[in-house]
Design a protein. Structure first.
Ligand code: ZN
Length: 393
């Protein structure tokens, strides 16, 4: 039988449960404590002075505790790096997405062991930065064998794995896109089926068209997979309307949206996932979270960790960028990085610290969650706990 743990002397506890604490969306409590139950769940939260006994006791000395970050969009399994492309872009060349093939070539050539070890190192970085759940996509194989390898490796790190065979058209199909779409929707999806919870498509300028996107989403729906979509990153386009049409769980990027797009997302209950690491790393205009939030759309934040357009593992940096560049308040950004991102993954067991939630949380070396945006560049995460186990700090 596992022990119960009392975490006490929490200066500020962010529960993201409106029924707790101050009744705000963050459900803030001061001078609080929480108890991790035997199954790694939150068994109790409340005032430190009223906390029940537990087998073990951890005093966090007045620090803030927030739900663990949910990084709901990563391309974590890949080989190689593209710093030369980054340097060229910073010297004035635009981002076109064409560099994906550089990573595809490196990933196809890498062994399983190399792919696993590099992914493991990035997951360790994420844990140290307070991330407790992540999603991982394929899309750097673009052939049946490598897509399966990527997803089998990804599966070891998360149950939220995503088939993104429709990330780009590989060179061997450049003259026959229709044949590639048939491969993605048929044999490739069949081979990846047992390793994934999600199916995704990159619907954008220079990526996949509206019709191609619909074909992939239809195949995903037929396979009874949950759907998400990359769209409206590089320009205005059909992504948001298709996201609404298929009622996908999340439209990711959302940089270029019309008012009609925003209304369609809200009415269809699609979460808008913002990935400000991509705009940061490509020196591109940021999305405007204010328009989405004011319209009543649920917003999520994620890193888009990938070697081309956002080689970033830090959710605290995403929070800082979201506040500074996309016009979110610190509270809205934290909510988006936890509960919002969990909702984009159709998960209610994580991303908050209400009773019964998984005990995934970060202890910050700061008195308040606001410091996450206020002190960018410092890792304020003193401890990371997953399922009631302390994994860092
Ligand atoms: Zn992405």
């Amino acid at each position: 039988m596992s022990a119960t743990t009392l975490v006490t002397a929490i200066g500020e506890l962010v529960t993201c449960d409106e029924t707790l604490g101050d009744g705000s969306k963050l459900g803030l409590m001061r001078d609080a404590a929480l108890v991790v139950g035997e199954d790694g769940e939150i068994a109790w939260v409340g005032s430190a002075g009223e906390a029940p006994d537990a087998d073990e006791r951890v005093d966090v000395g007045g620090r803030a505790v927030v739900p663990g970050f949910v990084d709901s969009h990563t391309h974590l399994v890949f080989a190689g790096e593209r710093s030369a492309e980054f340097a060229a872009r910073m010297a004035g060349e635009p981002y076109t997405g064409g560099g994906i093939m550089t990573t595809v070539a490196a990933t196809r050539a890498a062994s399983d062991e190399e792919l696993r070890a590099s992914a493991e190192a990035r997951v360790a970085e994420m844990h140290a930065l307070g991330t407790t759940t992540l999603e991982i996509k394929s899309g750097y194989g673009l052939d049946v064998e490598t897509e399966v390898r990527i997803l089998r490796i990804a599966r070891a790190f998360t149950r939220d794995t995503t088939f993104l065979g429709a990330h780009a058209v590989p060179p061997e199909y450049a003259d026959d896109r229709a044949a590639y779409i048939d491969l993605v929707c048929g044999p490739m999806l069949d081979a990846c089926f047992k390793y994934v919870r999600w199916v995704d498509v990159f619907c954008d300028e220079g990526a996949f068209s509206a019709d191609e996107t619909r074909a992939v989403l239809r195949a995903g729906a037929q396979a009874a997979k949950l759907l998400r979509l990359h769209g409206n990153q590089l320009g205005y386009g059909p992504g948001a309307q298709i996201a609404a049409e298929f009622a996908v769980s999340s439209l990711d990027h959302c940089t270029y949206l019309t008012d009609d797009d925003i209304t369609a997302l809200r009415d269809a209950g699609v979460v808008a996932t913002l990935l400000p690491g991509a705009e940061f790393s490509t020196r591109s205009p940021y999305p405007d979270a204010r328009r989405l939030l004011d319209a009543g759309v649920t917003v999520a934040l994620a890193t888009d960790c990938n070697p081309g357009s956002s080689y970033v593992t830090s959710m605290p940096l995403m929070i800082a960028l979201a506040v500074r560049e996309t016009h979110m308040s610190p509270a809205e950004a934290l909510y988006a990085a936890t509960t919002g991102a969990a909702l984009s993954l159709e998960r209610t067991d994580i991303g908050c610290l209400g009773i019964g939630s998984r005990a995934d949380f970060a202890v910050l070396d700061a008195p308040s969650h606001v410091h996450l945006a206020y002190r960018p560049g410092s890792n304020l995460v003193a401890q990371t706990w997953i399922g009631g186990e302390r994994v860092c700090g």
